[in-house]
Design a protein around this ligand. Structure first.
Ligand code: C2E
Ligand code: CA
Length: 487
């Protein structure tokens, strides 16, 4: 219509003079507006969707419009963190009001033709109307604007409350013509999941690579229960040694997946999938049984391993049956309770401030098990929390030990932690020791135990048995494999 406008005007002038020219100039835009031409052309112009349309209906409509006009549309999924804390501190009504405030702010940061939906207690789905200028840069700018709007402090009872926002974006540009609304919305959720898992409030944009990562994780999630049934989840072991004498003082059990096609997978590759599918309690039970069996085997071979440590997940700590399971496993193995050490990481301790985990920890120490605080020094564990549980040892995180021989700052921190532990009558384990220099620092500062690749990398019960035999002057088992040892 626009292309023909000059020709139409000229013809009108030739045929009917100025009157027809004026008439034509007024009528052409009118016809254009009535046929919906302006709505389709402008970036983010109004659409004729009802306010009551569902997220799927709007998504389908926007996608169809974008494909038809060669435009781009985008879905943004926003997750708000901090509303739970508001609910805890001021009650659910105030948290609802905060949610309303955020929704209003998001709506005002967008155009009228865009849509904002609540898709959960702390999640919003935003659909951006098709436009010609919605390239990646403008989407990232938009995400920044939305974050600033949502993260503005909210005043509740005169006190400023803060929330943070994670954002996942899926642009229709990244999909072919056959994309459906479901796939598009789901892709923005994948991007949001990626943002949330990064650990800091951030924005992620969906891409093929991100999607492949998610597929690999879903495959792992599907397989992990079967792997536990088939006995493919095994325990590897890493020795802990006395810093002063080099004698073995304990052994830590670490989960490994003996995958039929991918080989031995480290804990980090499958623990998230086990957590997401609720398999951590089963996994923990299987590792405890394997750890106690290995200890018995080493005892039988005359190898000295005073204690065996296992890691406890948050799910296990919140399981009311945990002390019973541990007591039964100890009973069946015949291993004395004081030889089993349970490691709780600082982050798990922080999230477990409730009755069941406290009750479990007290019950476990009454059975006679020792409890170590893992990954100490990098989290936010308060000094008072150190006394809430009868910890036997503080395991100083690898981050603090790494390069400590080259950094006076780290040495000062290590010295302060070891001094604190001394005062609280706890022992210390320096973790992730890789060099003789780091070992020397721990020795000079009076750290009791050390664990790390300098002594041995985690190995199977058989391999570690061979390492022990060689170190302790016993006969080496037939399948022995040499591991690294202290020079
Ligand atoms: P963690 O408890 O801090 O375990 C120590 C991790 O550091 C192990 O990784 C170990 O292989 C690694 N490591 C030890 N020495 C060194 C070193 O000198 N240098 C370096 N770079 N790394 C070293 P892994 O086995 O991959 O385990 C990672 C984490 O997964 C563990 O961290 C623990 O939090 C968790 N995990 C492992 N097994 C289990 C399990 O059976 N149950 C639970 N709940 N968590 C487990
Ligand atoms: Ca550990």
């Amino acid at each position: 219509m626009l292309a023909f406008l000059p020709a139409i005007s000229l013809a009108a002038y030739w045929g009917g003079g100025e009157v027809l020219l004026v008439f034509c100039a007024l009528l052409t835009p009118l016809v254009y507006a009535l046929t919906g031409g302006f709505g389709q052309m402008s970036d983010g112009g109004r659409t004729d969707l009802e306010d009551t349309a569902s997220v799927e209906e709007v998504a389908e409509d926007f996608l169809a419009m974008a494909l038809h006009n060669g435009q781009t549309t985008a879905c943004l999924q926003l997750r708000i963190s901090g509303l739970d804390a508001i609910s805890d501190a001021f009650g659910p009504t105030r948290a609802d009001e905060a949610r309303d405030v955020i929704e209003t702010r998001l709506t005002s940061a967008l155009r009228q033709s865009d849509h904002v939906f609540r898709s959960g207690d702390c999640q919003f789905t935003l659909l951006i109307a098709p436009g010609f200028r919605l390239k990646l840069d403008s989407l990232l700018d938009l995400a920044k604007r939305l974050r600033l709007a949502a993260e503005e402090p909210i005043s509740i009872n005169g006190v400023s409350q803060y929330v943070t926002v994670n954002i996942g974006i899926a642009s229709s540009l990244n999909f072919g013509r056959n994309v459906t609304a479901d796939i598009w919305l789901d892709s923005a959720i994948q991007a949001l999941t990626d943002a949330v898992e990064s650990g800091t409030p951030t924005t992620r944009v969906w891409s093929d690579k991100l999607s492949r990562r998610h597929k690999a994780r879903r495959d792992l999630q599907d397989d992990i229960a079967g792997a536990l049934d088939a006995g493919q989840i095994q325990a590897f072991f890493q020795p802990q040694v006395s810093v002063r004498t080099g004698d073995v003082t304990g052994m830590e059990a670490l989960a490994r997946w003996d995958h039929p096609t991918r080989g031995i997978l480290p804990a980090a590759a499958f623990l998230p999938a086990a957590m997401e599918t609720g398999q951590m309690v089963r996994l923990g039970q299987s590792v405890v049984i394997r750890a106690l069996n290995a200890l018995q085997t080493w005892d039988g071979a005359g190898l000295s391993v005073p204690t065996i440590s296992v890691n406890l997940s948050e799910a296990e700590l919140l399981d009311p049956d945990l002390p019973d399971h541990i007591a039964v496993a100890l009973d069946r193995s015949g291993v004395l309770a004081h030889r089993l050490v349970l490691e709780i990481s600082e982050t798990v301790l922080r999230g477990s401030n409730d009755d069941i985990s406290q009750r479990n920890l007290i019950a476990l120490s009454e059975i006679g098990c020792a409890i170590d605080l893992d990954n100490f020094g990098t989290g936010t564990c308060g000094v008072s929390q150190l006394q809430s549980v009868p910890f036997q040892r503080l395991k100083i995180d690898r981050q603090l030990v790494m390069g400590s021989d080259l950094s006076e700052d780290r040495q000062r921190i290590l010295s302060a932690i070891i001094g604190l532990a001394d005062r609280l009558e706890m022992q210390t384990v320096g973790c992730g020791v890789e060099t003789l220099g780091e070992h020397g620092v721990l020795r000079d500062l009076g750290c009791g135990h050390a664990q790390g690749f300098l002594f041995a990398e985690p190995g199977s019960a058989g391999d570690i048995g061979a390492w022990l035999a060689e170190r302790q002057g016993r006969e080496e088992p037939a399948n022995g494999v040499r591991l690294r040892r202290v020079k």
